[in-house]
Design a protein around this ligand. Structure first.
Ligand code: NAD
Length: 273
């Protein structure tokens, strides 16, 4: 496929565009992931809490693609934070996925009120040292949470997966990540497909480029350097969302989308979740 790779801070490469499966029921995950693999996606983003690791695993078992061409991410759920619980939860995720190694394992939320993400990170380092995750990272971490991990004199997270779309552009976290060699991955990159895709300034840009609004928004992320993981269960949209490598947004186009920021979250606030 023609998806560019980004290099993580430990040298591992990952596709800049992947396939998200939040809210895909387990019994639909196999066909959705199979459609994505057929369309050229090689990176799949799931999580224990999505309850579809088994369906994802069935698609991975059924494909003829070699394992080393696939990039599989899963996440540790909040209730399992802590050293021993993390190791057990990771074993359970691997078993459900039918894999002996994931490419990327993420702490799903920092949950600062529980104050267990440092112990959890120690377990992640053990998983990494044992070669059972090729890279380890976090999700929904604010710079203050990242700083505590960075100060530990241990592995800096390879990546932080955060809510990021034109209405929540996250300039402060993005700059922090860039300063520390942490890749930025955008969740809900299409703003969950709601009103954002009807925004007149985006429909105008899409018409001008002969692309859809979803494609323009994904292109904006890619040109910023974000990793993106759009979700769809509709094969035509799955194909549409990876067909973003035959056009380019100008500096003016990028600035126009930059002007849509409203610091508007769709999901939970990481400081209070
Ligand atoms: P998204 O921004 O990818 O939007 C998906 C929705 O947009 C679809 O359900 C569909 O309704 C619509 N859509 C998709 N393609 C379209 C197209 N081409 N044209 C028109 N509409 C289209 O939202 P998401 O699923 O919330 O986020 C993507 C992935 O990010 C998730 O599947 C999951 O893997 C990850 N995620 C992670 C977290 C986290 O806390 N780490 C939270 C939310 C999502």
């Amino acid at each position: 496929s023609n998806v560019p790779a980004i290099t993580l801070n430990n040298g591992v490469t990952m596709p800049q565009l992947g396939f998200g499966v939040w809210q895909v029921p387990d019994d639909e995950a196999q066909s959705a992931v199979t459609s994505a693999l057929e369309a050229g996606y090689r990176s799949i983003d799931t999580a224990a809490v999505y309850q579809n690791e088994e369906g994802v695993g069935r698609a991975l078992a059924a494909t003829d693609l070699p394992r080393d061409e696939l990039f599989v991410t899963t996440k540790l759920w909040n209730s399992e934070q802590g050293y021993d619980t993390t190791l057990r939860a990771f074993d359970a995720s691997l078993a459900k996925l039918g894999l002996d190694q994931v490419d990327l394992y993420l702490i799903h939320w920092p949950m600062p009120s529980a104050d267990t993400y440092v112990d959890t990170w120690r377990a992640f380092e053990k998983i990494y040292a044992d070669g059972r995750a090729r890279a380890i990272g976090v999700s929904n971490f604010q710079p203050t949470h990242l700083n505590r991990l960075i100060e530990l004199d241990s592995a800096v997270p390879a990546l932080n997966q955060i809510e990021l779309h034109p209405r929540l552009q996250q300039s402060v976290p993005r700059a922090f990540h860039a300063d520390h060699g942490i890749a930025t991955e955008a969740w809900s990159p299409l703003g969950q497909g709601g009103d954002l895709l009807k925004e007149p300034r985006l429909t105008e840009l899409a018409d001008r480029h002969g692309k859809t609004v979803a494609q323009v928004v994904l292109r904006w992320h890619l040109q910023l350097g974000n990793v993106v993981i759009p979700k769809s269960v509709t094969p035509s949209r799955i194909r549409e969302n990876i067909d973003v490598f035959d056009f380019e947004l100008s500096g003016e186009d990028m600035a126009a989308i930059g002007g849509l920021n409203a610091d508007a979250r769709l999901g939970d606030d990481p400081d209070t979740m």
